[in-house]
Ligand binder design. Sequence first.
Ligand code: PMP
Ligand code: GLN
Length: 380
Amino acid sequence: MHITSKLPATETTIFTVMSALARQYNAINLGQGFPDFDCDEGLRKLVSKYLNDGKNQYCPMAGLLDLREAIAQKIERSYGTIVNPETEICVTAGATQALFTAISAFVHSGDEVIIFEPAYDSYTPSIQVAGGIPKPYRMTLPDYAIDWNIVENMVTDKTKMILINTPHNPTGTILKESDLLALEQIVKDKNIIVLSDEVYEHLIYDEEKHQSVLRFPNLFRQSLAVYSFGKTFHSTGWKIGYCVGPEHLIQEFKNIHQWNVFSVNSFTQYALAEHLQNPESYEYLPQFFQAKRNLLNERLKETPLKAQLSKGTYFQLYNYENISQEKDTEFAKYLTQEIGVASIPLSPFYTNPPDDKVVRLCFAKKEETLEKAAERLSKL
Ligand code: PMP
Ligand code: GLN
């Protein structure tokens, strides 16, 4: 049988590669982004309660209404925006599915999608499976900033979507209000959808405010925003998230969602609907993760690794040019094998990687894990 792959050049994701290497060398895994501490006990009890209470059959296609209502309340509280839980929210099997579904729904063969590299690694394959053409804007050191005049010049009559991510994985940068306003101007009166990956909405530091597309009424009319409970509630293995947008876009989103997922697992939706009622369940996150970021940076201050201060996400970039001139993939291997700490290189997130000497460390870890990793890294 002859198979024509839709993704002939695709490779195993760098997260899986680095986690496997970490296991092989018994390294502390600060590579793949997941917490090494458990999610809230109350939330776990709710999941168990609903599982044992018989909430084990199909939920509505767009998600349990109680959960959509709780999400709408959270959005109003966080961004001052009122969204209709009946028509403007769809619960998904994690953010990855939400992104894939949004791209499948709107990107047709030959359409162009502007992405910002280094880009989360599911974007390009998702666009390619839809027959779309990724158009990367290349962000680099010193600050990974975006020049919106260049973005404007990248727009053609084939541009169907602009995919943004704030707070940004892997760089830890955030978009400012002025960035969102510039984007709003670019897409105004054009047939372009903004797909906004906001899975780290609550992981933002130094008193900064997350600039969601949901805060900008004109932009919102052309946008879909994607979220993940895996990030917000330290439960990356549950794979549950949601997509928010105006009714005309969510309707089309659901047209695809219905045929590739139909509905997401039931008992976690009941549990999350109840847990979300309490804003304390997420409002502590900036202080909680900022303390971890600061701890790691403090402990690494005396090493030759230079931090590129993370403003959001649970990732921190470190510049290693004082130690080595090796490529980031080689340096990440060396760190894992010889120093015993796994990291993530940035070059796999680019179509044409620059020669930046940086690797990403994840600080969503127990204090003792961060201390142990810092002790190993202090040998550098
Ligand atoms: N977008 C970004 C930027 C991410 O970092 C991740 C996962 N870490 C996802 C999407 C996917 O989220 P999920 O695990 O909910 O599919
Ligand atoms: N999003 C996580 C990260 O950036 C990993 C997700 C995955 O392993 N696919 O590390």
